[in-house]
Design a protein around this ligand. Structure first.
Ligand code: AMP
Length: 400
């Protein structure tokens, strides 16, 4: 069965088609500038050069129509008709407390995803637009929603309840939800396979370190804690997001800087993180280049980032009473040799020790810990699309 995976943002859309008989990727693409001037589709059939087409796309339905045309194109397509697509798997950011797993989309599910828009106003509405567009153009194809929050629904209340008046939880659903769940789930499963140990017998700490970043504690296959909270702002220092701060700072900065409503939120989400500290960039490559030139604030940004990852690693080792393996994934985790070294430096008493030679690697599945380290350190490139396709395939198989 071939599965189309769709990940819709407000003005962009990523897609892939995977053949699930052997989990091979057939094509992938990115549509950008949906609803604005310069709409463009970049489509790559695996093994061929990229095909780029600039054409007006006023909404997500136009974008999906272009995707369907590209995947059926006689030159760079991968199917001869849409009937070859067995199902569509949609990435949906927020499933609230309703879904602890992926689910077949029906009217009831759509209603819940819409309700959850209140919790993820920037993310769920474009996800819904993508689903609606696919439903309009492929009315007979079953669709599955795969939620970023689902994997974290196994957290116990002591991990997800904020110490606020309890009625905010019951009235407004204010609690910690966690994000990047599809990535944490994928790398946890791969880690178990790489170590040749059942996931149920492992205590794992998974570090998804990209432009957005989060750490999860996964005990016996279940997430018991994660660093992101009610929104993806909590937790680690990120590219442009502050992560954990003293909440009193919001009102303090608002008053000092005389900020307009909404501005403080924008500063914490878009102007903070390693960008805010370094003043250079949110991209770790630029920051490391600045460090080479002697930029001290750039060096400080890297130290603060690493400090916070170490802080969570320590906390999760305490929460799980130990840890068998730490996994590094996403842009920084997969590629940044220096950052992995900084994070794992001088943690020998916790059993964490990376081998500097094994660590000199980018973007490949491998073990980077020293042979005598008690805690294995793994590098695992994430593959959220494959995880979405797998979940979709499992659900659709049961329908047949
Ligand atoms: P992601 O959000 O997972 O796509 O990660 C994107 C981030 O990964 C970029 O902003 C960079 O900071 C980081 N990154 C990608 N490649 C490298 C590299 N070779 N060295 C250091 N950081 C990298």
């Amino acid at each position: 069965m071939k599965i189309l995976v769709i990940n819709c943002g407000s003005s962009s859309l990523k897609y892939q088609i995977l053949d699930m008989t052997n989990e091979t990727l057939l094509c992938k693409g990115l549509v950008e500038k949906i609803g604005i001037d310069g709409s463009v589709i970049n489509h790559t059939k695996i093994g061929q050069d990229k095909f780029v087409l600039e054409t007006p796309m006023k909404d997500h339905k136009d974008a999906i129509a272009q995707v369907l045309a590209a995947i059926q194109d006689p030159d760079h397509g991968v199917v001869t008709s849409m009937s070859e697509i067995g199902a569509v798997g949609h990435r949906v950011v927020h499933g609230g407390e309703h879904y602890a797993d992926s689910v077949l989309i029906d009217d009831e599910v759509m209603k819940v995803i819409e309700e959850c828009s209140d919790l993820a106003p920037l993310h769920n509405p474009p996800n819904i637009a993508g689903i609606e567009a696919c439903k309009a153009l492929m009315p007979d194809t079953p669709m599955v929603a795969v939620f970023d929050t689902a994997f974290h629904q196994t957290m116990p209340p002591e991990s997800y309840i904020y110490a606020l008046p309890y009625e905010y939880y019951t009235k407004y659903g204010i609690r910690r939800y966690g994000f990047h769940g599809t990535s944490h789930k994928y790398v946890a499963r791969r880690a178990a396979e790489m170590l040749n140990v059942s996931l149920e017998d492992l205590k794992l700490i998974t570090c998804h370190l990209g432009n957005g970043a989060s750490v999860s504690a996964i005990k016996h296959g279940k997430c018991i804690d994660t660093s992101m909270g009610f929104t993806p702002l909590e937790g680690l220092v990120m590219g442009t997001r502050s992560g954990d701060i003293d909440p009193a700072l919001v009102t303090y900065i608002r008053e000092k800087e005389n900020l307009a409503p909404g501005k403080a939120n924008e500063i914490l989400n878009k102007k903070s993180g390693v960008l805010g500290i370094s003043g250079v960039s949110s991209d770790f490559r630029d920051i490391e280049a600045a460090v080479e030139e002697g930029n001290e604030r750039a060096a400080l940004a890297l130290k603060v980032f690493a400090h916070k990852v170490r802080f969570y690693i320590g906390a999760y080792i305490a929460e799980m009473n130990g840890c068998d393996a730490i996994v590094f994934t996403a842009g920084v985790g997969e590629n940044d040799i220096t950052m992995r070294e900084l994070i794992c430096h001088d943690l020998g008493n916790l059993g964490i020790k990376i081998d500097p030679l094994k660590n000199k690697i980018r973007g490949k599945e491998t073990i980077i810990s020293a042979d005598d380290a008690k805690v294995k350190a793994l590098l695992i490139p994430t593959n959220e699309e494959l995880m979405i396709a797998r979940d979709t395939f499992q659900i659709i198989k049961k329908l047949k």
